[in-house]
Design a protein around this ligand. Sequence first.
Ligand code: SF4
Ligand code: SF4
Ligand code: SF4
Ligand code: FES
Length: 952
Amino acid sequence: MKKPINQYTDYGTPASSSTEQVTLEIDGTSISVPAGSSIMHAAVAAGVSVPKLCATDSLEPFGSCRLCLVEIEGRRGYPASCTTPVAEGLKVKTQTPKLADIRRGVMELYISDHPLDCLTCATNGDCELQDMAGAVGLREVRYGYDGENHLQSEKDTSNPYFQFDPSKCIVCSRCVRACEEVQGTFALTIQGRGFESKVASGVTDFMDSECVSCGACVQACPTATLIEKSVVQHGVPDYSITTTCAYCGVGCSFDAQMKGEQVVRMIPSKHGGANHGHSCVKGRFAWGYATHKDRITTPMIRKSIHDAWQQVSWDEAIAYAASEISRINQQYGKASIGGITSSRCTNEEVYVTQKLIRAVLGTNNIDTCARVCHSPTGYGLKQTLGESAGTQTFDSVMHSDVIFVIGANPTDGHPVFGSQMKRRLREGAKLIVADPRQIDLVQSPHIRSDYHLKLRPGTNVALISAISHVIVTEGLVKEDFVRERCEWDSFEMWRDFAAKPENSPEALSEELGVPAEDLRAAARLYATGGNAAIYYGLGVTEHSQGSTMVMGIANIAMATGNVGREGVGVNPLRGQNNVQGSCDMGSMPHEFTGYRHVSDDATRALFEAAWGRPLSADPGLRIPNMLDAAIEGKFKALYCIGEDIAQSDPNTQHVTHALESMECVIVQDLFLNETAKFAHVFFPGASFLEKSGTFTNAERRISPVRRVMTPKNGMEDWEITAKLSTALGYPMQYGHASDILDEIAALTPTFRGVSFKKLDELGSVQWPCDDEHPTGTPIMHIDEFVRGKGKFFITQYVPTTEKVNGRYPLLLTTGRILSQYNVGAQTRRTDNVAWHKEDVLEIHPHDAEDRGIQEGDWVGISSRAGETVMRALITERVQPGVVYTTFHHPESGANVITTENSDWATNCPEFKVTAVQVNKVSQISDWQRNFKRFTEQQVNFVEQASKPANVS
Ligand code: SF4
Ligand code: SF4
Ligand code: SF4
Ligand code: FES
């Protein structure tokens, strides 16, 4: 679906949402628009185009350029149509000789201080200033260029993705307002007055400012002042195709603006249900990995991981993989084989992979990377509310009065939603943050949390117990809601449990490291502050009591009536783009699509009839079980698609030992990732730009992924899986990803109404989407919970066994940063490394001083699992006794030190709590030395495979 590029589809100002209609006349045409609309908006509705420069529909009206002036009968002067509201009976003229004169005069002034290099300008033909000069009929510029001007102003090219050329700036302030209103970063300002006024960022340049490189200012700029370097390089794009970002769980919609097979730029779509035209640095700019030289595009095979790779044709690779799987099946049985999918896969890829494992290999040994992130969400929300998914839309936050963020860092992990949340906070919503670390939301421009509950890592359930205690003992329960909507018996049990003195803030304060009065105040605010919404992340789930905490969160939401309407709810912020989808698609060993248990006879019969193969009623192995079984010699073959368990899973040595123990590891990916270093078959995958399918974001929104370029590896990922299946004797006959989605819809009640056709029509849709909800379900559990009555669970706090002691006196917790994504395989291969070249260890000044550590020193971090070395970053963002790092770079080995402790219900690893010691060191760790050696060897093996046969 190629669409023409049309930059200027905006309306001048946002339309008012008022239901009251006002009728007025624009150039003789009568038009009715919502009260509160601007005259410019009414003019657009009447089909009249008013020249403008400083207005754009993504920003509040500003009224600075004086180009949109109009005449209003009975009023003096020439008001700006962008800032003047409509009124009943107004008679407006937008085109008169006088207005034309004024507009030409204004444009003449702009152009007299603008370089007339249109022919060689990168935005020639795509420039609002140029368009407006034409629209107002400017034919000459009477003022010369020899007077004072800005034409020699110096360019700022510091940002890797866009440049700032002040000689072209018309000081319309759209960039400044975009940074404030849309992004909420306040990195730009207009400095000086009159002729001296100019846009300023930071002390010297963009890279030296607070700028987070979201690109909102670039998109807002009506001239070539702020422009993508990719447009400078490739020129103005020819057409666009709408697709969905492949990074985080926000699921932003983008127009890939193309020139042939070349992506020129990614413009966030104004029609994107999750992002409404905004993006972050990853989605907008970090797509260069798709054409990075490291990409492997030819299939490879080898007998042993100590052999060089051999490049082969697709047919040979598929045949070899199939023969190895068949051999292992015969030799060791089907229980020795399994698959792992990734949240980077589309729904359709996940679906065909789990189908291959279940129907073709006859085992339920299929798992997904949600195992190591949000599996407790699936479990906890299913138990309490009846559905393994978040309850709201992102837009719902605009109706929240209290926002409770627990163990999430939205401005880094879910940046576009973080910006939306900040907008609501600037409007006055209250904020409670529960996090051991001072995330940006705690204090940033115009935002300050009301309570920052700086709990010790590992004590989440104690926190929810203390909050529950206040709710039940201070009469804050919404009893009507609970009686009508929930199982009363379960509520009574929970209430009696929560009311116990040992669950009081006073009793738990010391364990938590949070003052009891803050706990009480935060609980009161959550329960009584109006619409209260909880947003949580991996800081909740990646614990030994992850599932308990999710249930605890659902408990307090139900007890306070904060479920089932706008502005409230329980909202897991899913890490990767398709975590929700990969779980929905039956990629867990115990569930088919739509979270139906494999032991359910009716469900199995449905799939057996559709797939024509008998299916196992026994849940299969989870990822950690597969790894343990491999070490025990019982698990021999793994099909791993899009996931890099050797970097992302805890206790790296254990994972790599397990991989080494297998006889056939098949990796399907873009790059030789850490897991692929242990592989015997490498299927090169396609990037999101090269394939079709769907992703499902954190709000259950299914969005289309559309192919914008030819797959460099020759085929889309679902086709590879289908070919493997066919080679294993079970032909999979799909012509397009849409056929797979149709099969999913036919077999999954919550997806019944979903199709590519519907996505083309609606843009995206939130499941459940069925006959009852043909356009989807933005908010769940409105009249009743999916399970009928909501169920409360007792959430007894059980301290983790991972404890500090004299040998390991600090607690390590891990997280992400804005510019990198997950294991970094994609973002490390883009200019995003400008912001994060390596993982560092954040350590509090006191802990650093105790150890004689200076900023930038190499420090050894040792735990019960292993040891690694990173540079130290001394900061008060972490509290004394707590250290923090990220896991975006494989050589930093963050997961070498995390342990195998995991959630009691789901085996989600306890990434967030590791007892460690930190010491100044002068050299890298043994693990890192071995890692380096092994990586060099494996890269050589690939390079040797790339050489023509007669050379090698
Ligand atoms: S940089 Fe662009 S958006 Fe910003 S003031 Fe200048 S012309 Fe306007
Ligand atoms: S890129 Fe984003 S954060 Fe940076 S100045 Fe522009 S709007 Fe602000
Ligand atoms: S990474 Fe997330 S927030 Fe950023 S553009 Fe992509 S989906 Fe949107
Ligand atoms: S567009 Fe109205 S004053 Fe600039």
